[in-house]
Structure formats: C-alpha cells, structure tokens
Design a protein around this ligand. Sequence first.
Ligand code: DLL
Length: 433
Amino acid sequence: MKYWQPKYETMGTDELRQLQFKRLKKTVARVYNNVPFYKKKFDQLGIMPDDIVSVDDAMRLPSTQKNDLRENYPFELFAVPKKDVVRIHASTGTSGKPTVVGYTAGDIDTWSNLMARNLMMVGIRKDDVFQNAVNYGLFTGGLGVHYGAEKLGAMTVPSGTGNTVRQLEMMQDFGVTALHCTPSYALYLAETAEEIDILDKLSLKIGCFGAEPWSSNTRKELEKALNIKAYDSYGLSEMFGPGVAFECEEQDGLHIWSDHYLVEVLDSEGENVAEGEKGELVLTSLTKEALPLIRYHTGDITRLLESECACGRTTQRISRVLGRADDMLIVRGINVFPSQIEDVIAGIPEVTDQFQVVLDRLQHRLDEITVRVELEENAFTGELKDLAEAQKHVENELKKVLNIRTNVELVEKGTIPRTAGKAKKIIDRRSAL
Ligand code: DLL
C-alpha cells in the first residue's frame, strides 16, 4: 500500500468539493460562534455563516494575518475552552510577541495522520528508522513530525538538535534510514559526516527537509553528499505545523492537502492569480478545532500547478516556496529573493553552501548588498588562482542572476554560524538608520 489514507488522498473532484464544503460550513460556524474576533469581522462584512452555500463563497470571508495572532496573544483566537486544549506551540516572531497556536486531542490526532500520510508518501514505512533532528520545544517541527512518524509505526529517534557528531554516531549505530531536519542543518550534518569520515557507514535513504527555503541546487548537494533522495516539506505553525504540503516521489511540486485546507493564491490586491502565476498562498483550515483560521495569509509566494500528478493523488499541488511576500529584499529598486542567492552560491564549487546577506545604507549612498560566503579549502586547485579572482568570480555569477552589483566577502570555511534551527541569512542594517 502506498497511501496512508487512500480515501482522502485519491478522492474525485466532486466528492472532494462536497467534503470541503461540509468542513468549511463547520469551521465557519465554529469561528463565528466561538471567536469574538471573527464574529466582529463577519458582522462588519455583513456575512452570516448561513450565507456560505458553496466552497467558492469562502472568497467572501474575512482574511487573517499573522499580526492578528499577535494582537490576540496568547489564546484569544482559540475556538475551544482552555480545558480542551492539550498542547500549545509558538513561533518566535522577529518582532513583538510570539504567535501561539493550540491543539485539542482531536487536532493532535488529525495532524499525526496528516504527517504519517506525508512520510508514507516519500516512501517511509514501519520498518524504517527515522531520526528527527529538529528542536523539540515550542517549534512545531519536533513533536509534530515525531507523532506522525510514530503513527506510521517507524522506529523514531527524537534526537533533537545539537551535538552533531553524536547525531551522526546515532545514525550509524541505530541504522537510521530516514532523516528529518532543516536543510541548513542537513548541510552541516553532511559536512561533519565528511570530516569525521562516517559517510560510508550510514544507511540513510530518505531525507525530508523544510521549515526554511532551500534551492534545488542544495537538494542536489544533499542527495549527493548523504546518498539520499531529498524531499521538500512545507508547513507553518498556524496550520498545525509541518505536513501542510509535501513532495511525493514524482517531485513535481508539493501536494497540498485539499481535504484539510482550502487553497488560494492571491496577488497583492487580494485577487486570484491565474493558474501557474506567482502569488501569496492563503489557506483556510478545514479540520482544525482549537485554532481554526480563515483565509490566513501565509506570506509565502508560490504557484498553483495544473494537471494531475503521476503518483495518483488528486490533491492540488503548489510549486516549492519561491520566497516570502515580506522577505523579498528590494535593493536599489531591484527585487532580490534570498533563494536566488542561495542558488548561485550552491552552483559555485569553490565556495560552501553557507551564506549571509548583509544590507547597508550609508548616508547619501545607494544601498549596498554584501554576500558573505565561505571559501572551500581546496578552492584554488582548479581554475581560480587567488582570493581576488575568486571574489570577482562570485561577484560576476551573482550579477548574472540578480542584475545588481553585489560586494562579495570571502570568509574561512566554518565562519558563518551553523544552526540547527532556521538560519539567519539576512542581516538588514538599513532600518537602523
Ligand atoms: O517551520 C513548520 C515546519 C516544520 C515545516 C518542519 C517543515 C518542517 P513556522 O516556524 O511557523 O513553521 O514557519 C513557517 O517557514 O510560512 C515558510 O515561510 C517557512 N517554510 C516552512 N517550510 C518551508 C519550505 C514551520 N519547505 C514558515 N520551504 C512558512 C520554504 C518554508 N519555506
């Protein structure tokens, strides 16, 4: 069996729309009756739950932004009494209060099944040994993925983060076949594995990486270094956490689970973009009990993909995340996505995949963008002769893709901080002035 929940994963269009409608009605009634924030918004728009007579009516509903969660900190958006909440997670905000998310026992079960579905989709089975090398604290990636792996029946190793050499030893000793972590930590694991010469003693087959953007070049790098097939895993705390969308073995976009989420991709005016066009992913949860969210603006830029997937699953599919609606950098009027920089860096063998972008604004001067990259130890055994040549080369490669002149700072390998969590890739000093 290749599906965890075949009924839902391969549902026909009409049946799926009926199910979505039933779940949408329930969600709308739930928020209207239990969350004052939503009742007020519905009333302002003059919409009553009974006005929703088809799935398409969802587009008339009010939207929710990350800031709404902050402003209703910690529990004001919960649709159930506190006694029915069995767990909370939180994500650290870049500014202000963190956003807190809550789960009923039913939510934990739904989420675990969803996660098991994803893990099964990438080929993980009961007889696999699954290492979950992410933070087990308030971050949803730890317990969220862990419960899914257990539900699936895999032997689950809750290794958490840190102590990278020990992590690799565990991989060897326990015969770990599947790994889940952030792509930046996976790169660090691969680098350390090479250093301590343990790579050929590992039995890894499958890697699931997510929680931050990573390019297809990084994918190739990881697949080669760790001898695995690497899958993209997308999710966000506000929609349970990991498991919202995942690649299948076809790796032709990510399946976004339409029985749990209503999907919209909108332009900056809030209008639907044409299929295949870039826009912001906006999601309505259909099965969440403790914290149902209506038309939640994820801030993630993606594209809806057309046509069916060869794997047989009938869900909608989205492209890999192309950037953030809000982390797109504008430098001298040019839009720069950090993922583009990552792509360029990953394509230059003389430097490692670790990078940082520093943005400065000097008085009376145009914005300066500096990309800090690490030189490989053997950088000068090939075509490049010296530091000056290497610097010029990286600058030129970046210019070709970004259409903007960047300063390149070459640093020694290991200088850019490795993190088991989300890497801090952008240092924007412009706002300080
Ligand atoms: O990062 C949930 C997660 C955990 C996903 C483990 C995958 C694996 P948050 O901390 O709330 O939740 O951050 C959510 O991270 O809106 C995206 O901007 C970004 N993100 C998550 N997965 C990907 C991905 C978790 N595969 C935010 N590619 C999201 C690009 C991603 N960005």
